[in-house]
Unconditional design. Structure first.
Length: 550
């Protein structure tokens, strides 16, 4: 590893101007990255990590962002060093996509939904290298092989929506590697991925970096990932780097109080004890959710996608069942089926009463006791409604005897229960942080005091410290109201802190179920062992594409 800095950032300041007001997002940030080195930039949402990364390539809106300081890149084409802050558009175009490339957090929004994979990667080769036709096609196939896409030729005509999350992220990495960059900026590239896919992507990046001698600026809020992939780490808080150093010493002996707080923020505590005498709130036997595959002019049924295939679960009052597994394993479909929000086969019992097959009129009174919290609060909260209207929505529909004053009192109490100031109930979702929006979504679910709540990945996109707050909040709410939770997640550290039992799903079936303490200590199936190892193992180890979890 060369000790000469490939990228040098000195006294970087970034200020945004809007409506006559100025906000300083990055303040006096300095760091350097050597060739072949990985620097992790960590911190909570809003700390300035992504703004810093976008500043390197001057990708911020020039109309509202002012960048000062020095950013110097010393690459193959610029051995004498190139100033990127004062560089011309021509210079920036020569650096972007060639010497420095970037992988973004959400590949589905970064890839063009109207273009095939071949066309999107081919465009980069044509613009930067002038490679077209069969030569480009062979280069694309080689790139897709390098990033671990199985049978890449069959994927050339695929569109982004036809690929899994892990495959889309691999395509993004292939696009970033197309011009053999010297520096790769990876902005939260694994946040929304399952632990097994996350382990594969991290191993892939590490392997490619070793082969190519490439440097990386890796942005994340997940400190567990930093241990796996980075050589050095810089901790950001409120636009400033408050501590930096080699990963091992900094993690073992953090000096700054903020770093200490981040490292201690992992969701902790123990699940609430559950009495064997507690009534079973929700249960099902041999539940199936099959989706028909229709083909041909007459749309004949030629097969089925077995999203849920013969699953049996039961959850008692005050109990949390953690449901884990990879994307596509059937977790969310099972949750929706238990709530009777999608069609299913097999008995679903609420407090011993069958609710499967009930029409909308008979199900409506049941909805008060069967609620759901979705993964993305920004997408599930209407931007046109105030927080008071959002939380009161269920009350308005199901508790019509309440007057406006009574409704606002219940809304205020729900907001207090989730740790929010009820004085802000007339504000709108965009005025709150991600963690606060998730609290609003939880308040909407608990305002009706339901007996059963499906929590579908409610912490996956949140900072570690906010995750810990939400887990503590859910535990407090459960203790107060004795609710039963189905907690769907790919983050086993969160599941460990909240669930007394765990069920592992794979390809529509529950492959293992039992007490969380037993399963975490001694998982019985190879799939569960691989899943848990990917979540708790500090070492990066590649997972074979043909393995059970690939």
């Amino acid at each position: 590893m060369s000790t000469a800095p490939l990228l040098s950032v000195e006294h970087l300041h970034v200020t945004f101007r809007q409506g006559g007001q100025e906000t300083q997002a990055v303040r006096d940030v300095s760091f350097a990255i050597a060739a072949g080195e990985t620097l992790a930039l960590v911190g909570e949402s809003g700390s300035g990590k992504s703004v810093t990364a976008l500043s390197v390539l001057r990708l911020l809106d020039q109309g509202s962002a002012r960048i000062t300081g020095a950013i110097r890149f010393t690459g193959r084409a610029h051995p004498e060093g190139q100033d990127l802050v004062g560089g011309s558009d021509e210079v920036l175009r020569s650096v972007r996509g060639n010497d420095i490339t970037m992988v973004f957090q959400e590949p589905m929004t970064s890839l063009n939904p109207l273009h095939s994979i071949e066309r999107q990667i081919g465009e980069i080769l044509k613009i930067h290298k002038g490679i077209e036709g069969e030569a480009a096609r062979q280069t694309i196939i080689t790139l897709l092989e390098e990033v671990g896409i199985v049978d890449p030729q069959s994927r050339l005509d695929a569109f982004p929506h036809q690929l899994s999350g892990g495959q889309r992220q691999r395509v993004m990495i292939a696009m970033a590697l197309a011009n053999e960059p010297q520096l790769l900026i990876a902005d939260e590239p694994t946040t929304a991925l399952d632990v097994t896919v996350q382990a594969q992507i991290l191993a892939l990046l590490k392997d490619i970096q070793t082969k190519r001698g490439m440097a990386m600026l890796f942005i994340t809020h997940d400190l567990g990932i930093v241990r796996k992939i980075a050589d050095r780490v810089a901790v950001m808080q409120a636009g400033q780097i408050v501590e930096t150093g080699p990963v091992g010493p900094l993690f073992d002996h953090p000096q700054h109080p903020y770093t200490q707080r981040l490292l201690a923020a992992e969701p902790g505590g123990a699940p609430l004890p559950v009495s064997d005498e507690a009534p079973v709130v929700i249960e099902t036997q041999d539940l199936k959710v099959w989706f028909e595959i229709k083909k041909g002019l007459l749309r004949r049924v030629v097969g089925h996608i077995k999203a849920v295939d013969g699953v049996s679960v039961s959850i008692r009052e005050g109990e949390t069942l953690g449901l884990v597994g990879e994307s596509g394993s059937g977790k969310s479909t099972l949750g929706l089926a238990l709530l009777q929000l999608i069609k299913s086969e097999g008995p679903v019992l609420y407090l011993g009463q069958r609710i499967d097959g009930l029409d909308a009129g008979l199900m409506r009174p049941m909805r008060k006791n069967l609620q759901v919290v979705f993964q993305d609060p920004y997408g599930s909260l209407s931007p046109r409604l105030s927080v008071a209207d959002i939380v009161a929505e269920g009350l308005t529909v199901l508790e019509r005897k309440l007057d406006i004053l009574q409704t606002r009192e219940i809304v205020a109490q729900a907001l207090i229960d989730v740790g929010l100031d009820p004085m802000g109930m007339d504000r709108y979702p965009h005025e709150f942080s991600g963690g606060q929006r998730q609290r609003i979504a939880i308040a909407r679910a608990i305002a009706l005091q339901p007996r059963f709540v499906v929590l579908d990945e409610p912490t996956s996109a949140l900072d570690m410290s906010v995750q810990a707050q939400i887990v503590g909040l859910l535990r407090d709410i459960q203790a107060k109201h004795r609710m039963a939770f189905l907690f769907i997640s790919h983050d086993l550290k969160v599941v460990r802190a909240l669930a007394s039992r765990i069920a592992v799903m794979r390809q529509g079936k529950v492959v293992e179920e039992g007490l969380a303490s037993r399963m975490l200590a001694a998982p019985q199936t190879a799939y569960t062992r691989a899943l848990f190892a990917a979540a708790f193992e500090h070492d990066v180890r590649p997972i074979d594409q043909d393995s059970p979890v690939a």
